[in-house]
Design a protein around this ligand. Structure first.
Ligand code: PLP
Length: 426
């Protein structure tokens, strides 16, 4: 596959020298200070101020270049400034950007049809952020429970997993087990049962006549790229079928090519009742999320019960339809599977040399750093100094998720930088 990643040898070497020579920065400190001064401190970003990007590479305000190994938490699966996606956005910008759902626009049906077909489902409900897709699934499953399954009013229950990450709304954090996400934001929304991830017996025990949905990430991203035991997702599918419960797969981070398949749940040959999609669906350009499901589920919603001013807007649909076209080629999934093997082979060699465990699938890895050596944050900072941007999670884990357009050479370069960071030691 041809990629639009920067592949020119000279340009790239210059870029790497640029990172190595990164000493006298000019604009970065002031830009960081201004951001610190004028924004709430709800994030703790690495001290880099990005101004431009193409493919797997970003350039900061002082001209230093870095390999992006986070990809906007997988929102940039197709790389920065993918020419096809940018062209679709530009073309739509000149024509029509917003109608609200009070009217229908000419990009709507095509996007919804192509996404529904990609998912093998009857229909989709488009929203904007991932959290909104999750909220949509919660509302739909409850309404389905009352109107179809016959659950008694106000009794609907949803089973979720420990260490989940499904977003930041007050309802979603009500079933988070992460104190940072949850503490001091109560009172919490009732109606959720939390069970250990990967434990089928726990799900079986949690399901009762009021259970309307089991909501899971097929791979838990924020928790550290945790892959459940083989057979788990298939077992959940069987339990949901047995008890007439909806199975929703939150593929917002794991989906759309990231793991080497269109959906991470495909690795187990499982089809959920609802796919929750976001992040890469917007091509790294606009927030686009959606729930895809069959008519007997999404059809429970009636006009006026749910919606969003921006959900399914013309710009989002034009970009989203192009994302679906890219996924239909299968090239990104193939690339992620092939390069993913190279990534994991390289990372596995580091086990015992500063790395204690590696998890993941495709171009997605959670790398547990030996806590005696360094924290995940320290590793991320040192990688940054060597021109690779990655993000830590939960103390000692570093997440690696390059855009799927990354080249073999770039991948090897990033692996060499990680090895160098670990060899240097604390
Ligand atoms: C699995 C999963 N679900 C939901 C979300 C929330 O998406 P958003 O930040 O777009 O609301 C995220 C974000 O990281 C996620 O990883």
């Amino acid at each position: 596959m041809t990629t639009h990643a920067v592949t020119d040898r000279t340009e790239r070497s210059e870029g790497r020298e640029g990172t190595a020579e990164a000493t006298q920065s000019m604009r970065t400190p002031a830009a960081l200070a201004d951001a610190e001064r004028w924004t709430a401190h709800n994030y703790h970003p690495l001290p880099v101020v990005i101004a431009e990007a193409e493919g797997a590479w970003v350039t900061d305000v002082d001209g230093r270049r870095y390999l992006d190994f986070l990809s906007g938490y997988s929102a940039l699966n197709f790389g920065h400034s993918h020419p096809g996606l940018i062209a679709a956005a530009h073309a739509q910008l000149d024509k029509l950007t917003l109608t609200s759902r009070a009217f229908v626009h000419d990009q709507f049906a095509e996007f919804c049809q192509s996404l529904a077909q990609l998912c093998g489902k009857d229909m989709v409900l488009p929203m904007n952020t991932g959290a909104e897709a999750v909220e949509t699934a919660i509302k739909v499953s409850r309404a389905w429970g009352y109107r179809v399954k016959g659950v008694a009013a106000e009794r609907a229950n949803i089973v979720v997993a420990e260490n989940n990450f499904h977003g930041r709304t007050t309802t979603i954090i009500s079933f988070s087990t992460d104190p940072d996400a949850r503490n001091d934001f109560g009172p919490y929304t009732p109606g959720f049962t939390i069970v250990p991830y990967g434990d089928l017996d726990a799900i079986a025990a949690a399901i009762d006549e009021n259970t309307v949905m089991v909501l899971l990430e097929p791979i838990q991203g924020e928790a550290g790229v945790l892959v459940p035991p083989a057979g788990y997702l298939a077992g959940v599918r069987a339990l949901c079928d047995q008890h007439n419960v909806l199975f929703a797969a939150d593929e917002i981070q794991s989906g759309l090519g990231r793991t080497g398949r269109t959906f991470a749940i495909e690795h187990e040959g499982v089809v959920p009742d609802m796919y929750l999609l976001g992040k890469a669906l917007g091509g790294g350009i606009v927030p686009v999320s959606a729930v895809a499901a069959n008519r007997d589920i999404l059809g429970v919603l009636r006009p006026g019960e749910h919606g969003s001013t921006f959900g399914g807007n013309p710009l989002a649909c034009a970009v989203g339809a192009e994302v679906v076209r890219l996924l239909r080629t299968g090239e990104f999934q193939k690339r992620s599977a092939e390069l993913g093997e190279r990534l994991h082979a390289g990372l596995n060699k580091l086990i015992g040399h500063g790395v204690v465990a590696v998890r993941g699938r495709g171009l997605w890895a959670g790398v547990d750093i030996d806590p005696a050596l360094m924290t995940g944050r320290q590793v991320s900072e040192r990688l940054m100094a060597r021109g690779v941007l990655a993000k830590d999670t939960h103390g000692s884990t570093v997440r690696l998720a390059p855009p799927l357009v990354v080249t073999e050479e770039d991948l090897d370069h990033a692996l060499a930088q990680l090895e160098a960071v670990l060899t240097e030691g604390a």
